[in-house]
Write a protein that binds this ligand. Structure first.
Ligand code: RB5
Length: 142
C-alpha cells in the first residue's frame, strides 16, 4: 500500500518520524511536505495530499498539523477525500470500518508518539466493512 504524508510546520517532526517507521515496515511513502520547521499554511499540504489520492498516486494518507483540525477541515473540502481526525485507536479503526476514511489526521501537539503509532497501526490494518456503510459513504459526495 502506498501512503502519502502531509503536515504543516507543527506536524513536521512527527511526520519525519512516521515516514521513517513506515519505510522500515516496508511501506512505500510519498511525502507531500512540508520539509522544514518554517511556518507554512496547512491547506497547501492538504491540497497536495488530496491530489495524490485523487490521481491514484497514493491509496491512503496520514496528515498532521498542531491540532489536526485545520488539516482535516482542509482535506475534507476536496472531492472523494474522507479525512478522519482521530485521538483514539477505536476512532482510527471505526474510521476505516464505517467511513472508509482515506486519510488519518492527527494533532501533533495533542498526541504523544506512542498514541500516534497505535492509531496508525489501527488505521492501516483495518478494512472497510462495506454493506450498509457503503450506502452512507456514497451519500457523502454531493
Ligand atoms: C499552526 O500554528 C496551527 O495553527 C496549525 O498547525 C493547526 O493546529 C491548525 O489547525
Amino acid at each position: 500500500m502506498k501512503i502519502g504524508l502531509a503536515a504543516d510546520h507543527a506536524g513536521y517532526e512527527s511526520k519525519k518520524k512516521i515516514r521513517e517507521v513506515l519505510e522500515e515496515k516496508g511501506y512505500e511513502v510519498i511525502d507531500y511536505g512540508t520539509d522544514t520547521n518554517d511556518s507554512v499554511d496547512y491547506p497547501d499540504f492538504a491540497k497536495a495530499l488530496a491530489k495524490g489520492i485523487q490521481n491514484g498516486e497514493v491509496e491512503r494518507g496520514i496528515a498532521l498539523c498542531g491540532t489536526g483540525i485545520g488539516i482535516s477541515i482542509s482535506l475534507n473540502r476536496h472531492k472523494n477525500i474522507r479525512a478522519a481526525l482521530c485521538q483514539t485507536e477505536f476512532e482510527a479503526r471505526a474510521a476505516r470500518q464505517h467511513n472508509n476514511a482515506n486519510v488519518l489526521c492527527m494533532g501533533a501537539r495533542v498526541l504523544g508518539e506512542g498514541v500516534m503509532f497505535s492509531l496508525i497501526d489501527a488505521y492501516l490494518s483495518t478494512e472497510f466493512e462495506g454493506g450498509r456503510h457503503q450506502r452512507r459513504v456514497e451519500k457523502i459526495e454531493c
